[in-house]
Write a protein that binds this ligand. Structure first.
Ligand SMILES: *[C@@H]1O[C@H](CO)[C@@H](O)[C@H](O)[C@H]1NC(C)=O
Ligand SMILES: *[C@@H]1O[C@H](CO)[C@@H](O)[C@H](O)[C@H]1NC(C)=O
Ligand SMILES: *[C@@H]1O[C@H](CO)[C@@H](O)[C@H](O)[C@H]1NC(C)=O
Ligand SMILES: *[C@@H]1O[C@H](CO)[C@@H](O)[C@H](O)[C@H]1NC(C)=O
Ligand SMILES: *[C@@H]1O[C@H](CO)[C@@H](O)[C@H](O)[C@H]1NC(C)=O
Ligand SMILES: *[C@@H]1O[C@H](CO)[C@@H](O)[C@H](O)[C@H]1NC(C)=O
Ligand SMILES: *[C@@H]1O[C@H](CO)[C@@H](O)[C@H](O)[C@H]1NC(C)=O
Ligand SMILES: *[C@@H]1O[C@H](CO)[C@@H](O)[C@H](O)[C@H]1NC(C)=O
Ligand SMILES: *[C@@H]1O[C@H](CO)[C@@H](O)[C@H](O)[C@H]1NC(C)=O
Ligand SMILES: *[C@@H]1O[C@H](CO)[C@@H](O)[C@H](O)[C@H]1NC(C)=O
Ligand SMILES: *[C@@H]1O[C@H](CO)[C@@H](O)[C@H](O)[C@H]1NC(C)=O
Length: 400
C-alpha cells in the first residue's frame, strides 16, 4: 500500500517537474532572444573626406564598432545604388577615399579599408535593373512581353537624405513622370525589429534596405515588375539561395518562409555573410495583411565582374576583381492584383556579416503557447493529485 502511494506521488512529482521544465525552456528561449546581445557603436558620415559635394552621387559611411571588430557599411548612388559591407578584425580600421579617382569611376583602389590585412570579409549588393512585363493573361510569367528594362545606373538620384541611423535615396527614370523608386537604408546598434512590416529581425551585424516603387505609371494596365539584384564579393561571393521554413507570427503574418542568399567557403555550412528577406512585398505604403503580395526569386547566375563594376561606382572603387552573381525578384504571382491597382510595392532585405538572424516566437506567441500547453498540464497535475488523494482515502478506508 505504502509502495503504491509512493509510486503515485512519484508520478505527480514527475509531471510537475516536466511543467517546470516546460516553463524554463520557454523563459530560456525568450531571454536568449530578447536579452543581452552584442551591441555596436555607430557613427554616420556623408561623403567622408570629400572637399565638396560630389557631383555623381553621395557616399554614406556607417562605421559600426564592436569590441574587437568593425563593420563598415557603405551606401552609394554613383551609378546603380550599391550597399557594401566590409568586416574587419580591428576596432580602429578606417575607410579612405581618393575622391578625384572615385568620381572618375575608372580604376579600382580609389576606396580602401585600412589596414587591408584586417579585412575578414566583404560583400555588396547592387540594385541594377527594374524590369516590367505585360502580364496580359495573368500568368505572372516574367519571360514574355518584357518592356525595355530601366537601368538604375541611368536614373536621376536625389541627394541622400539622412535622419539618425537611416538614409533615404529616391530616383526616377526620365519617363517616370511623377513616380519614383526609393531605397531606405537603416543601420542598427543592437538587435530589434523595424516598425513596419515585414518587421524582419535584425542584429547589429546587419543593415536593412527597404525598396519601394511609388506612383510610376505602368506601361500596360496589367504590368508587373521585377528587380534585378547583383551580389558582389571578393573570394567568397553570395552564391546560393537557401529557403528555410519560418514561423508565422504577429510580425509577418501568413508568411512561412525566409530566403537567404549566402556566401560560404566552398559550399560548407559556415555562412560568412548573407542577404536575407521574406518572400513578401506590400502594395501599400502603410502595410496591412490584405496588401501583402508574394514575391519569388530566380536562381543566382554568375555574371561578368566588369559589367557590374561599370554600373556601380562603389564596386569599381573597392573591388579589383569582383565576383558576381545576380538574380531577379519578381513581385506578384498569378491571380494577385497588378501594379496598377495601387501603383505601389515595397520589399525589404537585410545585408549582414556572419550567420543570418533566426526568427523566434514572439513573447505574445510564447505566452499563448505557455498557457495553451501549460493549462492541460496543470489540469493533469490537479487531476493526478485528486485521484491520488481519493485513492489514498479509499485505500485507508478498510483499516478505519
Ligand atoms: C561604445 O561607446 C561607449 C561609450 O563611449 C563605450 O563605453 C563602449 O565600450 C563602446 N562599445 C563598443 C562596442 O565599442
Ligand atoms: C578582444 O581582444 C583582446 C586582446 O586581443 C582579448 O583579450 C579579448 O578577449 C577580445 N574580446 C573579445 C570579446 O573577443
Ligand atoms: C580616368 O579618368 C580620368 C578623368 O576622366 C583620366 O584623367 C584618367 O586618365 C583616367 N584613368 C584611366 C586609368 O583611364
Ligand atoms: C586580422 O586578420 C589578419 C589576417 O587574417 C591577421 O594578419 C591579423 O593579425 C588579424 N589582426 C588581429 C588584430 O587579429
Ligand atoms: C495570352 O492568351 C492568348 C489567347 O489565349 C494567346 O494568344 C497569347 O499568346 C497569350 N499571351 C501570352 C503572353 O501568353
Ligand atoms: C531576369 O529576368 C529577365 C526577364 O525575364 C531575364 O531576361 C533575365 O535573364 C533574368 N535574370 C536572371 C539572373 O535570372
Ligand atoms: C528627408 O526625410 C524627411 C523624413 O524622412 C522628410 O521629412 C524630408 O522632407 C526629406 N527631405 C528631403 C529634402 O527630401
Ligand atoms: C503629377 O503630379 C501632379 C501634381 O501632383 C498632377 O497634377 C499630375 O497630374 C501628375 N501627373 C501624372 C502623369 O500623374
Ligand atoms: C556579430 O558579429 C560578432 C563578430 O563576428 C559576433 O561575435 C557576434 O556574435 C555577432 N552577433 C550576432 C547577434 O550575431
Ligand atoms: C489601370 O490602368 C488603366 C490604363 O492605364 C486605367 O484606365 C485604369 O483605371 C487603371 N486601373 C486602376 C485600378 O488604377
Ligand atoms: C576551396 O576550393 C578551392 C578550389 O576548389 C581550393 O583551392 C581552396 O583551398 C578551398 N578553400 C578552402 C578554405 O577549403
Amino acid at each position: 500500500m505504502a509502495a503504491t502511494a509512493k509510486r503515485r506521488s512519484c508520478g505527480v512529482s514527475s509531471s510537475s517537474s516536466s511543467l517546470v521544465f516546460l516553463f524554463s525552456v520557454f523563459s530560456l528561449c525568450q531571454s536568449s532572444f530578447s536579452g543581452e546581445t552584442s551591441r555596436r557603436n555607430l557613427t554616420v558620415e556623408l561623403n567622408p573626406g570629400s572637399p565638396s559635394l560630389p557631383s555623381g552621387g553621395d557616399l554614406l559611411h556607417v562605421r559600426a564598432v564592436g569590441v574587437n571588430d568593425t563593420l563598415h557599411f557603405l551606401f552609394c548612388s554613383q551609378g546603380a545604388p550599391t550597399l557594401l559591407l566590409v568586416h574587419t578584425n580591428s576596432s580602429s580600421s578606417t575607410v579612405e577615399v581618393n575622391w578625384p579617382q572615385f568620381e572618375a569611376r575608372n580604376i579600382s583602389g580609389s576606396l580602401k579599408v585600412e589596414p587591408a590585412s584586417s579585412i575578414l570579409y566583404s560583400s555588396a549588393v547592387v540594385f541594377s535593373r527594374l524590369l516590367e512585363y505585360d502580364d496580359m493573361n495573368d500568368t505572372a510569367d516574367p519571360t514574355s512581353d518584357l518592356f525595355p528594362p530601366y537601368e538604375l545606373q541611368d536614373f536621376t538620384w536625389s541627394r541622400l537624405n539622412l535622419s539618425g541611423l537611416s538614409a533615404l535615396l529616391c530616383g526616377a527614370a526620365k519617363t517616370f513622370s511623377n513616380g519614383s523608386l526609393c531605397l531606405k537604408l537603416s543601420a542598427f546598434e543592437s538587435e530589434g525589429r523595424d516598425q513596419s512590416w515585414p518587421r524582419l529581425l535584425h542584429t547589429a551585424n546587419s543593415s536593412q534596405l527597404r525598396v519601394w516603387l511609388d506612383g510610376v505609371s505602368p506601361r500596360a494596365p496589367r504590368s508587373r515588375f521585377l528587380l534585378e539584384l547583383q551580389a558582389v564579393g571578393g573570394t567568397y561571393p553570395l552564391s546560393r539561395v537557401e529557403v528555410h521554413r519560418s514561423i508565422d507570427d504577429e510580425f509577418t503574418p501568413s508568411i512561412f518562409k525566409v530566403s537567404q542568399w549566402v556566401s560560404s567557403v566552398n559550399g560548407s555550412s559556415d555562412v560568412l555573410g548573407f542577404l536575407q528577406w521574406k518572400p513578401v512585398s506590400y502594395r501599400r505604403s502603410d502595410p496591412a495583411l490584405e496588401f501583402a503580395t508574394p514575391c519569388r526569386h530566380s536562381d543566382p547566375q554568375p555574371q561578368s565582374g566588369e559589367e557590374v563594376a561599370a554600373a556601380s561606382g562603389l564596386i569599381r572603387a573597392f573591388y579589383a576583381e569582383p565576383q558576381t552573381f545576380r538574380l531577379n525578384v519578381s513581385f506578384g504571382l498569378a491571380g494577385e492584383p497588378f501594379y496598377n491597382s495601387t501603383k505601389f510595392f515595397s520589399w525589404t532585405v537585410l545585408l549582414g556579416a556572419g550567420s543570418p538572424p533566426v526568427d523566434s516566437f514572439s513573447p505574445l506567441v510564447l505566452a499563448v503557447m505557455a498557457v495553451g500547453l501549460g493549462t492541460p498540464m496543470i489540469l493533469l497535475l490537479l487531476g493526478g493529485v485528486c485521484v491520488c488523494v481519493r485513492k489514498r482515502a479509499t485505500g485507508y478506508e478498510p483499516i478505519n
